[in-house]
Design a protein around this ligand. Structure first.
Ligand code: GLN
Length: 475
């Protein structure tokens, strides 16, 4: 039943309720698809067919019993392999956690399970979510379903490729500096990075705790809304989580009243011509649909990447200190305790993880802390103020930007040069540093390669950016 793997969440929900097909049939159709696609795309590190089928059976019996079922009941999804699902292995794409089994559910997963969603498997990622291409996965890279010689983006490349190859209705990813939006853009799916605090981080293997957020990747903006509604909210297990509704200042608007800010600093040297052309065409289309376009300035943009690549490695050096060969995962034999620590870390971590730990440890070390970390934190405040000025003083409702300056690149093209790889994140990191929500919306293709438009919103205005995304899809 090929067509079953084409459905959106609402369509699949309707089909399940009408009994046009069962959750077991839907799940089997996806498991078939995974069997066919995963060999070449490698979007899944683990396929959990038994769990999925038992969840689908349960969903079917609920559908038979009740008239009203939650929207995600019986909907097959996949989970990035740095998010814990009780009883399943959780590798974070690292040899360090190859044999680690999650002892509990992440809150976002618990919420999906409470709606009886069906979990198909765990998706491939850059090791500990450090990367922009999935090439840092210790188990091998995922591939872009639109061109198998190219990367699917990262670090949630497996999640994006799973949705794009119709191997999953939707997926959860995590975004610390662009890891939901960039793979969504490269694979031609919709990805939402929520406001910091909107979704609980409990059960997400920490990368940079002040930047990390879990969010959805799906086929449409409406699907992203349904998933976001299911996973958001205050959680007593994460003290940074909040009840988003308490903070929303303004409601969605019709396009004719909408002011779209275009930051002039985002369209300068460095962006590829193909990407620029497609983003400008999308902006024009919004203008034709009635929206108001306003040029704005985010003057500290040029410092964003440097700021991010001090703060994120600093936090990762602290967060990954727990992987010492004693508490979790891989442990190397050695003569002394100190040797256990150093050998386990030397063998368990890949090159990018080691690079970041060294960068972070250096930036936090006595004598350098003031020059690097403290300074980066001050710039972070300035970046946040740039956005506050745009939303609160210049009166823009949303900000449009590219997601990535480049088209999906070839596997191997940037992996040997970390700085080149870091440049991919130029348009996405500011949003994390400022804690804002942003959507990656597929707007066009250059040849067969998808390009996403980034729609950035004010804090807790996910609904507004999703509505803006929907108006493009409906046009
Ligand atoms: N590419 C960025 C990095 O490597 C962002 C990763 C992410 O968002 N997890 O740090």
């Amino acid at each position: 039943m090929e067509e079953l793997t084409e459905l959106t969440i609402s369509e699949a929900h309707k089909g399940l309720k009408d009994r046009s097909f069962s959750a077991v049939e839907l799940t089997k159709a996806y498991l078939e698809k995974i069997k066919e696609k995963n060999k070449e795309i490698f979007s899944f590190l683990a396929v959990t067919a038994d769990l999925a089928l038992s969840q689908a059976e349960k969903a079917d019996s609920l559908i038979l019993q009740k008239k009203e079922i939650p929207i995600l009941t019986g909907i097959p999804c996949s989970i990035k392999d740095n998010i814990l699902v009780e009883g399943l292995s959780c590798t974070a794409g690292s040899k360090m956690l190859k044999n680690y089994t999650a002892p509990y559910d992440a809150t976002a997963v618990k919420k999906l399970k409470s709606q009886n969603a069906v979990i198909l498997g765990k998706t491939n990622l850059d090791e500990f979510a450090l990367g922009s291409s999935t090439e840092n996965s210790a188990f091998g890279p995922a591939k872009n379903p639109h061109d198998l010689t190219r990367v699917p983006g990262g670090s949630s490349g497996g999640s994006a490729a799973a949705v794009a190859s119709h191997s999953s209705v939707f997926a959860l990813g995590s975004d610390t500096g662009g890891s939901i939006r960039e793979p969504a853009s490269f694979c031609g799916v919709v990805g939402l990075k929520p406001t910091y605090g909107a979704v609980s981080r409990y059960g997400l293997i920490a990368f940079a705790s002040s930047l990390d957020q879990i969010g959805p990747l799906a086929r449409t903006a409406e699907d992203c809304r349904l998933i976001f509604d299911a996973i958001k909210g205050k959680d007593e297990m994460d003290s940074t989580s909040v009840k988003a509704e308490n903070f929303v200042r303004s409601k969605s608007k019709p396009l004719k009243d909408l002011v779209i800010g275009i930051p002039k600093e985002y369209f300068v040297e460095g962006i590829s011509l193909e990407v620029e052309k497609i983003i400008k065409k999308a902006i024009k289309k919004y203008e034709e649909m009635g929206a108001n376009i306003k040029e704005i300035s985010l003057p500290h943009t040029k410092y964003a990447l440097a700021c991010y690549y001090i703060i994120a490695p600093s936090e990762v050096s602290a967060n990954l200190a727990r992987f010492d060969g004693i508490k979790y995962g891989f442990s190397s034999e050695a003569e002394s305790l100190l040797d256990v620590y150093s050998r386990s870390r030397e063998k368990g971590f890949g090159p990018e993880v080691k690079r970041r730990i060294m960068l972070g440890t250096y930036a936090l070390s006595s004598g350098y802390y003031e020059a690097y970390y403290l300074r980066a934190q001050k710039i972070r405040t300035l970046l946040k103020q740039d956005f506050e000025k745009a939303f609160n003083h210049d009166g823009v409702d949303v900000i449009f930007a590219p997601v990535s300056p480049f088209l999906p690149f070839k596997i191997g093209e940037k992996i040997e040069d970390p700085i080149l790889m870091y440049l991919v994140d130029i348009y996405t990191v500011s949003v994390n540093l400022a804690g804002l929500p942003a959507l990656s919306l597929p707007v066009d293709k250059a040849g067969n390669l998808p390009v996403g438009l980034q729609i950035i919103g004010n804090a807790f205005e996910e609904n507004k950016i999703l509505e803006v995304g929907k108006s493009y899809e409906n046009n």
